[in-house]
Write a protein that binds this ligand. Structure first.
Ligand code: 1CP
Length: 320
């Protein structure tokens, strides 16, 4: 899950100060950061070290990542003129460093590497709001005030994300994850109208490669069925919905990913262990389950706790 490396001292030593985007642009560093949590934790898959705003940054929209804040843009997306700052992505010319990082990782790894992109709603929200938001007021204003422009923006972002994901798969990623992290801000009706058609198109295109598609968002309890129906093979579940209920919402033939609450990682170990076992028990032996956190690791988390969690999951046997 995002930022699993953030709590590692070896990550902070390598990353140092400065923009995370500079570290992402150096394949040797980015590959090393991708591999650090794998060496320490012995998990079963790696996630590329990059960020969801990398493709829109690379086409020159004018977005950066401010330490301690996240993605920020001085000139938010407001009018049709702003579409000019969202040309097509040429992954080889614009993001060769991502491709290079993936190749280095895949050469070293004995486990699958997951590539990723941001979902179009989540990326749109950063471009329109100018930074992280709690209310998504400007984003919703644009959706309802100018659905035509919203559609054009989603078209551009869908094309950019599809190119990025395709290039990551060609470079060796074994699966992809679409992080539409903030889409839980929408009602099911809003999701159907303003997001579903574009994600469906993206998944149709990516589906041609045959790699598994993981789809994740936070606070998406009421959207799980839609986020499955849109074409995902695996649906990421945050900690708010018990895994057995999530499975009935997502429907048959799909896998689930999740859903330990990352907020409990500083609680006493016995409480954490009980929560880990609860997730595994609620999965009830279903074959399609990727154990994971319900969202990202925060920098204050003790890496030893994560190591113990991996151990408990690996030791667990159904019916224990
Ligand atoms: O675990 C990893 O390090 C994998 C690499 C990774 C991934 C998959 C990073 C590095 N970012 C992401 C995805 C990402 N980025 C998401 C989707 C996942 C999620 O829901 O968290 C989102 C929303 C972002 C945007 C972002 N980038 C934020 C969130 C801001 C907000 O709106 O609340 C932040 C803080 C960043 C910076 C960032 N990206 C990645 C790291 C390790 C960091 C932390 C800061 C740093 O080291 O400078």
């Amino acid at each position: 899950m995002r930022q699993a490396g953030r709590s590692l001292p070896e990550y902070r030593a390598l990353r140092k100060e400065g923009s995370i985007l500079d570290a992402i642009k150096k394949p040797d560093i980015a590959a090393e950061i991708t591999l650090q949590p794998i060496r320490r934790y012995g998990v079963d898959a790696a996630i590329l070290f990059s960020d969801i705003v990398v493709p829109v940054h690379a086409v020159g929209f004018g977005i950066d990542i401010e330490p301690g804040v996240g993605p920020v843009t001085e000139n938010p997306f407001r009018t049709a003129k702003d579409l000019e700052r969202l040309r097509d992505l040429d992954p080889i010319a614009d993001t060769s460093y991502v491709i290079e990082t993936i190749k280095i990782c895949v050469d070293e790894l004995r486990i699958p590497l997951i590539g990723f992109a941001g979902g179009p709603f989540t990326i749109a929200s950063y471009l329109i709001e100018g930074g992280p938001s709690r209310t998504y007021k400007e984003t919703k204003k644009l959706m309802f005030d100018n659905p035509k422009l919203w559609g054009q923006l989603m078209d551009r972002l869908t094309a950019i994300c599809t190119s990025s994901l395709t290039s990551q798969i060609q470079a060796g990623a074994s699966a992809i994850q679409l992080f539409d992290s903030w889409v839980g801000a929408l009602s099911p009706d809003q999701y159907i109208r303003f997001v579903f058609p574009w994600v469906e198109k993206m998944f149709e295109e990516i589906g041609k490669t045959g790699v598994p598609k993981i789809h994740f968002g936070v606070a998406t309890g009421e959207l799980l069925q839609l986020m499955s129906d849109v074409g995902a093979d695996v649906v990421g579940i945050d900690w708010r919905v018990p895994l057995d209920q999530a499975r009935s919402r997502v429907g048959g033939g799909k896998a689930l990913q999740g859903n330990l609450d990352p907020g409990i990682l500083s609680a006493p170990w016995t409480a954490i262990e009980a929560e880990v076992l609860k997730v595994l028990e609620l999965n009830d032996g279903h074959p399609g389950h990727i154990f994971n956190l319900g969202h990202g690791v925060t920098p204050d988390v003790n890496p030893d706790v994560l190591e113990r969690i991996v151990h408990v999951v690996h030791q667990y046997r159904v019916g224990q």
